[in-house]
Design a protein around this ligand. Sequence first.
Ligand code: AMP
Length: 549
Amino acid sequence: MTTYADRPWLARYDEGVPADVEPEFPSALAMWRATAKAIPERPFLHYFHTTRTVGEVDADSDALAAGLVALGLAPGDRVAVYLQNVPQWAVVMLGVWKAGGIVVPVNPMLRERELQVILADSGASVLVALESLHPVALQVQPSTAVRTLVTTSELDPLGDDDVPGLLAGSSRQRPATALDLQDLIAQHEGDPPPAVPEPGPDDVAFFTYTSGTTGPPKGATNTHRNVVFNAMTYRDWIHLGPDDVILGVAPLFHITGLIGHLAVAALTGAPVVLGFRFDAGTVLELIERWHATFVVGAIPVYIALMEHPDAATRDLSSLTKVYSGGAPVAPAVVDAFERRVGPYIHNAYGLTETTSPSHVGPFGARAPVDPTSGALSVGVPVSNTVVRVVDDEGRDLPVGEVGEIVIAGPQVVPGYWNKPEETAHALPEGELRTGDVGFMDADGWFYLVDRKKDQINAGGYKIWPREVEDVLYGHPAVREAAVVGVPDEYRGETVKAVVSLKAGTELDPDELIAFARERMAAYKYPRIVEVVDELPKTVSGKILRRELR
Ligand code: AMP
């Protein structure tokens, strides 16, 4: 068992971090209310060139809460949020909590089939979608419990101001079959707060969906305790305060954006800079404009930023607290970023089920590189978190030995929504089996060297081969399919499909790529297709994905 005594870094690198941390607030909402009371006039959201203050966001979310309750939302009901990185995200999140509800983030890249699964599983009764996603939402709605469709536009927060280049193609649509978010807020401005109980630490704040090795996606139930605890982790381990400015490049539907942008902003009062979707040139401009100081995102973001021609001419000197998480980081990229842009990229590790980080490189400390594997350390376990490295029988392994990483701590979710079996399997006695394989060195730094799971990690986006294979099997020429991750310079890994064909059929790989592309989110479809006579199999006939890799 790894104990505090085994972790000399605690004193060495970060004496300011208390070893025992109890959440300071009973809920993420209480955390926000404290900020709203203390600094209502401060900026909270910068979106392109516009700004909303803490007080404005608080008032809008009050009105939205009243509106949601008037529409019939009851405590514990789920509201799905199908948006890009727009200011409305924060308003909806706070409004849902104020109405006693649970937020279900949905990746706006998901297509009909994928959206349907999440809506049906979560039982969401309200869906807040971008206007441009309204057709998808409308098509899926009849097979779900969604009673109310609310839409909003990425142009709304801009008012009558200039439209930034990135949104030049957007137009206002106001579909007649949905309520408009702005109208809903306006109608309930000044209403008394809904008479619902305040959320407590064990109430669920989010269902965050993660795919499974087999079967449909599972909703991890991040509680308010989980959220408050890891908002504090970001604040304390990265030394964030109200004078920081958070560059919101991680998607807000993912746990990194939810906690590393929105929750830590709600806790500290540091504003978040949003720019709809990631575009390197826009992000460089926004760093300069708003003097962003802190960023957490996946490594392709940093590659794209440093390779953009504007990186040499923009003033990026405010950006000093830089973190990467979600995908492996090559030490060479850290060096190149430091040389070309300035700041050192710290590594952090976590999962959806750990409500963002379980491990962090303490701010100011340079992570060691394992001489044998060349892996950059993912950090040290954060406060109050116990991490074990175990063998196949679940027995503790000594320092330096490679095994599965299992995590217990206040950021670990209690389980998956309505999935007792999966919960028992992944979280036996509340301890998370990560499926990641690695080791701890004598100083307490952790390294990942492999994965137990077949998951593909394309620059932080997780893809389960099974799901892609299921779609490929829908093509009339495909007899057998296996999907694997192959190295890719920018995304780290990309998706490759190896297929065999039915007798008498022919298949152009590009046709299969186009077939898959139509049926799944853009990050999932295979970029490479190879047609073979036979796929490698075990004696029992199981396809050997590992061999293909
Ligand atoms: P997600 O649930 O999308 O946050 O994905 C969690 C998975 O991302 C982990 O199980 C790891 O496989 C991977 N991951 C997260 N952080 C890192 C990191 N710093 N280095 C390498 N892989 C990471």
